[in-house]
Structure formats: structure tokens, C-alpha cells
Design a protein around this ligand. Structure first.
Ligand SMILES: [Zn+2]
Length: 169
């Protein structure tokens, strides 16, 4: 089932998500729906708060579904290693139509749990590292625009407010 994606302005995006404790059927269903929602958007990553659920679950496919075996479903992710820096353009399904360059680690190693609760470690460089960092941010109530300078952030916020007033958000 494709879920509605929460947009900037909703307070759920600014809150810290709770750890996953029950690896049950409900979690499996949520992850399936999130994967479907991500691919339909289309996007390369989605965190549970973006569908209004404050739980530490995220789904990622850096290929956008182009390459089999690229899908990652990760609960309770923790950064165990971070290296280097990249400064690339990125966007967010919750802040549609806006992009900005954001500093992210160039390489990231993340531990977490699969949907069955078993432990796993995933590593990524470049785009995948950027997505991992972006989605983990979501679980901590942080958005990509929070990494921008006050001036750049205010420009985007002002444009969003204008869209809200125009009924386009
Ligand atoms: Zn996002």
C-alpha cells in the first residue's frame, strides 16, 4: 500500500523516533508499505517519520529499484564509522521541489537490524553514504535544510510558506 508522505510543516518530521522493539507482522507490513511508497514516489530512501510513524525504521535503494538486491531495510541504525566529506546536491520527499548542497560523510558504516531482528552491518560510499546519513537524520528529527546556513534555510522556508498560503503544499 502506498502511504501518504508527510511534508515539511508537520511536527512529526522534527521529533526523535523511538527504537524498534517488536519485530512483528506490523513492522513487516510497515516496511513493505514504505518500500512501495519509496519506489512510487520515486525516491532512493524513506524513513518511517516521513509516513507519520515515529519509529526507527528506514528503507533505502540507491538505484531506485533499477538493480535487484540493492534494497536495504534497516531498523535501529547506528553509525559505527564515518569518514571523509562530500558536498553534493540533495533533496527530500518531504520537501518536494527543493534541493541544496549538503555536507555528508563520504563513507559510512552503519549497524542495525534486519526486519527479522537479526543484526547487520552495511557500508556505503558516495551516494549510498549520503542516503544513509540523510535517512538516519530523519530518525533524529533532522532535515537536510537543517544543515544549511540560516540564510539559505530561510529562503527555502519562505518559499514553502508562500506555497502553503497558495494551497500548493
Ligand atoms: Zn528526506
Amino acid at each position: 500500500m502506498i502511504l501518504p508522505i508527510v511534508k515539511y510543516g508537520n511536527s512529526v518530521l522534527h521529533r526523535v523516533a523511538e527504537p524498534v522493539t517488536a519485530f512483528d507482522e506490523a513492522l513487516e507490513r510497515l516496511s513493505r508499505d514504505m518500500v512501495e511508497t519509496m519506489y512510487a514516489a520515486p525516491g532512493v530512501g524513506l524513513a518511517a517519520p516521513q509516513v507519520g510513524v515515529l519509529t526507527r525504521l528506514m528503507v533505502i535503494d540507491a538505484t531506485g529499484g533499477e538493480k535487484a538486491g540493492s534494497l536495504m531495510v534497516l531498523a535501529n541504525p547506528e553509525i559505527v564509522e564515518s569518514e571523509g566529506d562530500q558536498y553534493e546536491e540533495e533533496g527530500c520527499l518531504s520537501i518536494p521541489e527543493f534541493t541544496a548542497r549538503v555536507h555528508r560523510p563520504r563513507k559510512l558504516v552503519v549497524s542495525g537490524q534486519r526486519i527479522d531482528g537479526s543484526q547487520t552491518v552495511v557500508g556505503g560510499e558516495e551516494l549510498l553514504a549520503r542516503i544513509l546519513s540523510h535517512e538516519i537524520d530523519h530518525l533524529n528529527g533532522v532535515l537536510f535544510i537543517d544543515h544549511l546556513s540560516l540564510i539559505k534555510r530561510d529562503i527555502i522556508k519562505r518559499k514553502i510558506r508562500k506555497k502553503v498560503r497558495a494551497g500548493e503544499w
